[in-house]
Each structure stands twice: as structure tokens, then as C-alpha cells.
Design a protein around this ligand. Structure first.
Ligand SMILES: NC(=O)c1ccc[n+]([C@@H]2O[C@H](COP(=O)([O-])OP(=O)(O)OC[C@H]3O[C@@H](n4cnc5c(N)ncnc54)[C@H](O)[C@@H]3O)[C@@H](O)[C@H]2O)c1
Length: 307
């Protein structure tokens, strides 16, 4: 298939591109490199340094005869979305609208939209969160992801294009950017490699669902053929506290010191993990990499990067 991956120079998108190419597909990457790294882009992919909001997207889809759009490009920081909701909405809503509009005009067959299981449900009343739970985002990033989902559904119904929506939990693995406030696994490992003590906020009690990027890429591969016109949680279904995560990272890296303690961060959701029964049943997808194995692979990646 001929697939356009937006955000294909970023952490998750580039891992998806690699698996698509390994599986024999032909891939075009669109990324403005605001966060992504050109080094991440698979040599066999064709690359356009273009913003997803640009009119040029139409010509790229047409010229490359794109059959499937896999849309990973986004503003991904929750704090940045709170500080500047306009910019978040411009990238995440207008960018998605531009892609949808160009897709239907070029008769693209399938649109895979990446959403966030960690934010669209807000602080869920019950856990694990299921796809049919109340949609109640509590920050502009979550709001823009929900808007994106709704526009995808509208365009696809109206103009007869198939879609799949994937709602990820907390993704970790090689190429994650160890900056900012997300990406706790990459941040902890980088600190340890620099001989510094990681900081744990709110006594380490926050619960998350950590999914390895290789398993996420696998779900994107399956969705080229399955999951028509539906949304799926993509996570492990297992709750892990930050303290438990830190213990595993200590075990893998041999780090002996304790973490520093910081206050609970306002706006952080206390607990979230995802129910993945629907993805197991319909996509026939199951996560294969255990947390300890995934942390080992991530640590080895950052070790190599250091050299
Ligand atoms: N990392 C997670 O745990 C997680 C969880 C849930 C959902 N997601 C979603 O997965 C997707 C990928 O996230 P990631 O963690 O790989 O982030 P990332 O920042 O590594 O990747 C995003 C990519 O999009 C590109 N980009 C940003 N704005 C752009 C624009 N206007 N035009 C073109 N390119 C642009 C960036 O340069 C970057 O390469 C995002 O849609 C994000 O919301 C991520």
C-alpha cells in the first residue's frame, strides 16, 4: 500500500514507518521537524518537510497517489496546550481538518487517526477505561484530540472514507524525546545515564498504563486491514505506579540511589489505565513486550545514543 505517515520523524510515527516499510509498504513521511528528528526517518521513506496545515498537502497526496493516511503529527504537550490553547487547536484541529479535506478530494481510502486514551476520558469514574466511557477531556490537548476524532468521523461518513481511531495510553521506547514533562521512562533513563537522581512527583502514586512502542506500531500495521470505522484503546490494560516503574528502571540500569521527591503536579490525572478487550477481539492485537523487557530495550537504545 502507499501510505502517508504524518509525524513520521517523531517518536511513535518513525517506529510505525519502520514497521510499514519492513512489511513491504511504500511510505511517504510529512513532518515539519518542529519536534521530530531527520535521523529518525527511514531511508526508504520519501520525506516532505511540510506542515500538516499547509496547502501543499493536497499536491503531495495527489502526486504520491496515497491510499492510506496515518496521522501521528500533533502538538503533544498538555502543559503547552494549557498555556497556548490557540496554537494547540491550530495544529491538532486545523491540521487534521486540512488532511481530511485533502484526503477526500484525492479519494484516499483509509484514515488512521491517533488519539489519546490518557486524556479523552478525563479522570475516569471507573478503571480500566473502556471505549464507550463518557468522553470528558480536562485540558485543551484532550479537547483537540476529541475534536479531531469527531471531524474524522464526520468526514468519513459524509464522503465514504474508512477510518480507524487509536487511543494510546502512555507510550515509551526508543526515540522518545527525554525532554519536557511527558515521557517519564525516557526522562528517568536519561537522568540515570547522566548520573543524576530522577524526580518523582506526588509520592510516585500516579497510575499509568505503559505500552511499548513496538506493540503500538504493530497495532498500526493491523489497522491497515482491520478495525473499520471504530475506535480502539491501545495500551496494556495493566496499572503501574511511578514508584513501581522506578523500581523496574533501577533493576534494569543497576541504579542504586533513591529518587528525589517533588510535589504533586496540578492538572495531573491521578490514575488511568485502559481496557483493551475491544482491540484484542476485533483487531486480534495483543501487546507482547513486558514492561521489564521494554525498559531493557529502551535503556539499550539510550546507552548506544550516548556513545
Ligand atoms: N507519546 C505518547 O505517550 C502518546 C500518547 C497518546 C497519544 N499520542 C499521540 O501520538 C502521536 C505521536 O506522538 P509522539 O509521542 O511520537 O510525539 P512526537 O513529538 O515525537 O511526534 C510528533 C511529530 O509531529 C511533528 N509535527 C508536530 N506538529 C506538526 C505540524 N504542524 N506539521 C507537521 N509535523 C508536525 C513533530 O515534528 C514530530 O515529529 C501524537 O498524535 C500524540 O498526540 C502519544
Amino acid at each position: 500500500m502507499k501510505i502517508l505517515v504524518t509525524g513520521g520523524a517523531g517518536f511513535i510515527g518513525s517506529n510505525v514507518v519502520d514497521l510499514y516499510i519492513e512489511s513491504g509498504h511504500s511510505v511517504v513521511v510529512v513532518d515539519n521537524l518542529i519536534m521530530g528528528n531527520i535521523k529518525n526517518i527511514n531511508k526508504k521513506a520519501k520525506f516532505y518537510k511540510v506542515d500538516i496545515r499547509d496547502k501543499e498537502i493536497f499536491n503531495i497526496i495527489k502526486k504520491e497517489k496515497i491510499e492510506v493516511i496515518n496521522h501521528h503529527a500533533a502538538q503533544i504537550s498538555v502543559p503547552d496546550s494549557v498555556n497556548d490553547p490557540f496554537s494547540d487547536a491550530d495544529i491538532n484541529i486545523n491540521g487534521t481538518l486540512n488532511l481530511l479535506n485533502c484526503a477526500i478530494k484525492n479519494k484516499v481510502k483509509r484514515f488512521i487517526f491517533i488519539s489519546s486514551g490518557g486524556t479523552v476520558y478525563g479522570e475516569p469514574e471507573k478503571l480500566p477505561a473502556k471505549e464507550d466511557f463518557k468522553i470528558a477531556p480536562e485540558n485543551p490537548y484532550g479537547i483537540s484530540k476529541v475534536a479531531g476524532e469527531n471531524y474524522v468521523k464526520f468526514f468519513c461518513k459524509q464522503y465514504n472514507m474508512k477510518y480507524v481511531i487509536l487511543r494510546y495510553s502512555n507510550v515509551y521506547g526508543p526515540r522518545q524525546i527525554p525532554h519536557g514533562e511527558a515521557g517519564v521512562v525516557a526522562i528517568f533513563i536519561k537522568k540515570i545515564l547522566n548520573g543524576e537522581q530522577p524526580v518523582i512527583f506526588g509520592k510516585g502514586k500516579c497510575i499509568r498504563d505503559y505500552i511499548y512502542v513496538g506493540d503500538v506500531a504493530e497495532a498500526n500495521l493491523i489497522c491497515l486491514k482491520r478495525g473499520d470505522n471504530s475506535e480502539f484503546n491501545i495500551g496494556t490494560g495493566k496499572p503501574t505506579s511511578v514508584n513501581e516503574l522506578f523500581e523496574i528502571i533501577k533493576k534494569v540500569t543497576g541504579f542504586k540511589k533513591e529518587a528525589l521527591q517533588g510535589p504533586f503536579r496540578k492538572g495531573d490525572i491521578l490514575a488511568n489505565y485502559l481496557d483493551i478487550k475491544k482491540a484484542k477481539e476485533i483487531l486480534k492485537w495483543v501487546p507482547k513486550i513486558s514492561l521489564i523487557e521494554g525498559i531493557k530495550q529502551t535503556y539499550n537504545y539510550f546507552l548506544k545514543e550516548e556513545r
